[in-house]
Design a protein around this ligand. Structure first.
Ligand code: URA
Length: 271
């Protein structure tokens, strides 16, 4: 029979994999009043969240195709990262912008010509306050790991969504889908050599995979843009928020960073 600590560890890993990395919200929520007093939705958000009925065995997925098309058009028009940041801030198609937790759009930090693009899940409370990704406790741990691996000035950091999800919940596939054209445009503008996908929600969305992060991590996989024009090697790894709760998993994340730097620093073979 497994020991109680092994059982607890595997339960924590299961939760983290499912995106549960916070047990409490920042503020108490009166769900009954919230349901009664739901504010009217802006038109763009209504379109983004209108969901067809679920069928047996398949949960309802919002039809986001119109909003995705709008995001794609706005993203394509952005000729540099500054214009892209402005386009994201002005975009009203992501429901998270109106959920009440986000005070601003959080786009990126790091070297705009970095060889590695780091893509996390979504901003938390600290990121929302400061307007930059991975600046809270999890981000500080990520920075320490990057420093130890010699990656500090070699990364450009963003997320799959640009507004803080309420209670730091995992962004939904619909929310990630409407932000994806902006993420793709960021990749096209930065032109990194490789992607580091941080956390299960990032790895699954970017790679269109259903497997959990514990099985995806540490393996080179292929990321492809929606139109197939761009392809890059992508390495999924554990989320630093998970490492803060499960320090024993740090060695796996460290091994992933070494896998990344080995490829990054591999000498080019002569043709
Ligand atoms: N977690 C993320 O995935 N991204 C951030 O920017 C911060 C915490």
């Amino acid at each position: 029979m497994p020991s109680p600590s092994a059982t607890a560890e595997s339960l924590l890993a299961f939760w983290a994999d499912a995106g549960v990395d916070a047990m409490l919200l920042d503020e108490p929520v009166d769900r009954i009043a919230a349901g009664r007093l739901a504010p009217p939705l802006p038109a763009a958000r209504k379109a983004a969240v209108a969901a067809p009925a679920a069928s047996p065995g398949r949960p309802a997925q919002p039809d986001v195709s119109g909003v995705v098309a709008q995001a794609r058009e706005l993203a394509a028009a952005a000729q540099d990262l500054e214009a892209l940041a402005a386009a994201i801030a002005a975009f009203d198609g992501c429901p998270l912008k109106f959920e009440g937790s986000a005070s601003q759009a959080v786009f990126s930090r790091g070297d705009p010509a970095a060889p590695v693009m780091v893509i996390g899940e979504g901003p938390g409370a600290d990121e929302d306050r400061q307007g930059a990704p991975f600046v809270g406790r999890a981000g500080q741990m990520l920075d320490k790991m990057f420093a130890a691996a010699g990656l500090t000035d070699r990364v450009f950091i963003t997320n799959t969504v640009f507004w803080r999800p309420p209670g730091n919940r995992t962004p939904t596939p619909g929310e990630q889908a409407v932000c994806a054209p902006f993420v793709e445009r960021a990749i096209a503008l930065v032109k990194p050599q490789m992607l580091l996908l941080v956390g299960g929600a990032s790895a699954k969305a970017m790679l269109k995979k259903d497997e959990g992060i514990l099985s995806l991590r540490g393996r080179w996989l292929e990321w492809r843009s929606a139109d197939g024009a761009l392809e890059l090697p992508a390495l999924p790894t554990l989320h630093p928020a998970f490492l803060l709760r499960q320090p024993a998993a740090k060695k796996k994340a460290w091994a992933d960073l070494l896998t990344l730097t080995e490829r990054l620093d591999r000498p080019e073979r002569p043709q």
